[in-house]
Design a protein around this ligand. Structure first.
Ligand code: IDP
Ligand code: MG
Length: 156
């Protein structure tokens, strides 16, 4: 192993580089309303993800604002919070090798017009805003978002 890589491993804070093999997802209100829960869960399990936790729930305004806090300054934040509280969702923690990246590939680009064939958003999203599913963008956020929705006792 080259010495610079070796040193990197010694001095890097270990936790930030440990892949958890888990991601967090939501089937969003448009997809629930349009009757796509079963088909989307089927795509997810067919792609090799296993379900570690799952619930059918509805976000409060406070929960939606907190979950999407990172987008608070974006022009679509109000619209996003309104949409995410407009109806029930399915929240889940998923497990698979390389879960975060593989799940982002499975769901496709944020805007369904740009999403690849065979992706969840290509098949089921209505628009860039109402885009059927959420997928965590990093291992750190997967852990934070999973904990936001589930207690340790709800993960199996
Ligand atoms: P992502 O869900 O693909 O990670 P982000 O950029 O993190 O996309 O945005 C979070 C969510 O905010 C999107 O999934 C979508 O529901 C909504 N959103 C993003 N960009 C827009 C926009 O330009 N108009 C309306 N809603 C948007
Ligand atoms: Mg995102």
């Amino acid at each position: 192993m080259p010495s610079d890589v070796y040193q990197f491993h010694i001095f890097a804070p270990k936790i930030r580089y440990m892949a958890t093999n888990r991601t967090f997802t939501m089937i969003k209100p448009d997809a629930v309303e349009n009757g796509h829960i079963g088909n989307i869960l089927n795509m997810i399990t067919e792609a090799g993800f296993s379900i570690k936790a799952m619930k059918y729930t509805r976000l409060t305004e406070a929960q939606a604002k907190a979950f999407y806090e990172v987008h608070a300054e974006r022009p679509f934040y109000g619209e996003l919070v309104e949409y995410m509280t407009s109806g029930p969702i399915v929240a889940a923690i998923l497990e698979k090798e390389n879960a975060v990246a593989d799940f982002r590939a499975l769901i496709g680009a944020t805007d369904p017009a740009e999403a690849a064939e065979g992706t969840v958003r290509k098949a089921y999203a209505e628009s860039k805003g109402r885009n059927a599913v959420h997928g965590s963008d990093s291992d750190d956020n997967a852990a934070i978002e999973g904990k936001f929705h589930f207690s340790a006792e709800e993960v199996h």
